[in-house]
Design a protein around this ligand. Structure first.
Ligand code: PGA
Length: 247
């Protein structure tokens, strides 16, 4: 899976243009053996959804509320996301955990809510620079998985994205060996949670400064099943430059 997280970027016309271009290339490569998802800001979901219609590119959001509806000013329900044509929603991104103080427990409640509405969740986990330097990466990631992946999750409705916080938007990436260590542990955890068969089929993405230049090496790792792409998803050439490494 190649997923694009546009974050808080793009206005109307440029976003429609980007979505059209991504979709056009996907139509030309209809048999390419990967799923592609793009996650624009909320107000662009409808127009981006129209731009990618029937292309095979799927629509995702970047967050949702943990309740189905109600008095929650400024929030968006998973029910509305599903009604707007979203199939995916990113939850627990480190920017939400940090800027909006989202705990594992809160993320888990959002994941469960999204599942109730048939959305596939892309659940983000990853250690901070400080935790990385203290050698706590594996512990932190393990704890985030235990806290953020609720009962009822399975390989059909859940994708895990390992994103070291210090690698996001920084141009830094862990060594392939370090990425492999984390992904191998996440795979073990998934097998423990879901059983051997299901644990092997759940997708575990890597995210954090993935670009066309480093994608081949990262995406080739055994337990890396795709990428969650931020900055490089804002241009069709770089997004597809990454996706083409899966061909
Ligand atoms: P980046 O962001 O590719 O710009 O590092 C990835 C993400 O935060 O999902």
């Amino acid at each position: 899976m190649i997923a694009g997280n546009w974050k808080m970027n793009g206005l109307l016309e440029d976003s429609i243009g980007l979505a059209r271009d991504v979709a056009e290339r996907r139509r030309a490569l209809a048999d390419a053996p990967f799923d592609m998802v793009i996650c624009p800001p909320f107000p662009l979901l409808t127009v981006v959804g129209e731009a990618i219609a029937d292309s095979g590119v799927m629509l995702g959001a970047q967050n949702c509320h943990h309740q189905d509806k109600g008095a929650h000013t400024g929030d968006v329900s998973p029910a509305l996301l599903a009604a707007l044509g979203c199939t995916h929603v990113i939850l627990g991104h480190s920017e939400r955990r940090d800027e909006h103080h989202e705990s594992d427990q809160h993320v888990a409640a959002k994941v469960a809510a999204a599942h109730r509405h048939g959305l596939t969740t892309i659940v983000c986990i990853g250690e901070t620079q400080e935790q990385h330097e203290a050698g706590r990466t594996l512990d932190v990631v393990k704890q985030q998985i235990a806290g953020s992946v609720p009962k009822g999750s399975n390989p059909a409705n859940t994708v895990i994205a390992y994103e070291p916080v210090w690698a996001i938007g920084s141009g830094l990436t862990p060594t392939p060996d370090d990425v492999a260590k984390v992904h191998d542990m996440v795979r073990e955890d998934m097998c423990a949670l879901f059983g051997e068969d299901m644990g092997h089929t759940i997708r575990v993405l890597y995210g954090g400064s993935v670009k066309p230049e480093n994608a081949a090496e990262l995406l080739a790792l055994d337990n890396v099943d795709g990428g969650l792409i931020g900055g490089a998803s804002l241009k069709s050439d770089s997004f597809w430059g990454i996706a083409e490494k899966c061909l």
